[in-house]
Design a protein around this ligand. Structure first.
Ligand SMILES: Cc1ncc(COP(=O)(O)O)c(C=O)c1O
Length: 407
């Protein structure tokens, strides 16, 4: 028998559900800029500043003291206790039994989905949205329906009746991200109450991605204390801790810890034993010395976070002013997160536009279509950097538009 007579082996492929996942369009734009020197990158969701020194020092101290071992699946007890008191101060009494430490927000989202969603389940997500929330349930074989925010005079708004209509009986999970990436939309407390009541009635899980809760720029808080609000409205303000709400959070945004990969979940205690099993089989635990640094962040980081929010608000307002002066740009100041999601000439083909921007003038922004078809027509600009860099970016945008005849 010759080799030619042997059966042809099938080509080794990943599962169909995985092959069907969308790949990152932001990455595609970054690749288009490969070889372009001097790109100004505003495409990723992180600040250009390093993590504050008191947090880095806490990690160094923990490492020096030998914090190099596995920990409990749900996190070290002092961090769970510190998080419970932090969450309790912001959103009402919370016990450490309701808190699990995760390897950042994206892992928390995966764990939350793995807890409650299986093949064939119906999931609803409000879009435009950071793609991970839409793609994660698909990895598990779920079917994701989207409900689009609308854009008008008052910026991005939710039609809550439209969302309720999509949350049909039998829907397994609602994924909602507020403050929202990419739009900066913040869900109102009234809408949260309406949606929570509906989900209670129909037994639908709410997975609330609140990683940007501290990046909230409402001028005064609802209790009219006159003080700036410390956090955006949260489902945790309304729901009991043993209700079907899984709240996902992260150290990445409020303490500039993107590279550390540390986050947490607040969930009913009835889930914790199963959650611990899932952590075991995904990551086993978050790194030990990183968890120690997390304690420093939540216990000593309040002033830092409040100053960060003021800086971000100033950067947001600076960029809104600068972009508003560019003919053809329609931009509004959103109440949360750290992005402007705006329209401009050429944005109806946002992927092509963003590739051209990086290739021709070295301006790195993210295409709206990266956040689902509902994001087409917009581009996302992360403003978490100093104003001189924002100004340089706006100059490049103007140069591009002048060259292409848009101005
Ligand atoms: C909406 C949203 N959720 C979750 C995350 C996860 O962040 P991390 O995995 O760094 O905690 C991000 C990051 O950009 C995000 O934009």
């Amino acid at each position: 028998m010759s080799d030619l007579d042997l059966p042809v082996p099938s080509i080794p492929n990943a599962r169909e559900a995985v092959r069907a996942l969308r790949s990152s369009q932001i990455r595609e734009v970054a690749n288009a800029g490969f070889g372009v020197e001097d790109v100004l990158p505003f495409w990723f969701g992180e600040s250009d500043r390093v993590t504050p020194a008191f947090i880095r020092d806490a990690a160094s101290t923990a490492l020096a003291a030998g914090a190099t071992f596995y920990t409990h699946n749900l996190g070290i007890a002092p961090l769970r206790a510190a998080l419970a008191s932090y969450v309790g101060e912001l959103h009402g009494a919370t016990s450490p039994d309701h808190v699990a430490v995760t390897s950042a927000g994206v892992n928390a989202l995966m764990l939350a989905a793995q807890l409650v969603v299986g093949a064939g389940d119906r999931v609803v997500a409000v879009t435009p949205l950071w793609p991970n929330l839409v793609e994660i349930p698909k990895i598990l074989g779920a079917h994701v329906e989207t409900v689009a925010l609308g854009y008008g005079e008052r910026g991005w708004q939710l039609d809550v009746e439209q969302l309720l209509a999509a949350l049909t009986p039998g829907t397994r999970m609602l994924m909602i991200n507020s403050p929202n990436n990419p739009t900066g939309w913040v869900m109102s407390r009234d809408d949260q109450r309406t949606v929570l009541d509906h989900c209670r009635r129909h037994g639908i899980w709410i997975v609330a991605d609140e990683v940007y809760e501290r990046l909230y720029y409402a001028d005064v808080d609802a209790a009219s204390t006159g003080a700036p609000a410390r956090t955006a409205p949260s489902f945790l303000d309304l729901a009991g801790r043993d209700e079907p709400v899984i709240c996902v959070n992260s150290f990445s945004k409020a303490w500039l810890m993107t590279g550390w990969r540390l986050g947490w979940i607040v969930a009913p205690t009835a889930l914790m034993e199963d959650l611990a099993k899932l952590v075991e089989y995904n990551t086993s635990c978050a790194p030990s010395f990183v968890q120690q640094a997390g304690i420093a962040a939540v216990q000593q980081g309040e002033r830092f976070t409040q100053e960060l929010v003021l800086d971000l608000k100033a950067s947001r307002d600076h960029l809104v002013r600068a972009l508003s002066a560019v003919p053809g740009v329609d931009v509004k100041a959103p109440p949360g997160a750290m992005y402007l999601f705006f329209s401009m000439p050429g944005a109806s083909h946002s992927l092509e536009l963003c590739k051209a921007l990086v290739r021709e003038v070295g301006l790195g922004v993210a295409p709206g279509s990266a956040f689902g078809p509902q994001g087409e027509g917009f581009v996302r600009w992360c403003y978490a950097c100093d104003t001189a860099r924002l100004d340089a970016g706006v100059e490049r945008l103007k140069l591009f538009l002048t060259r292409s005849g848009g101005v």
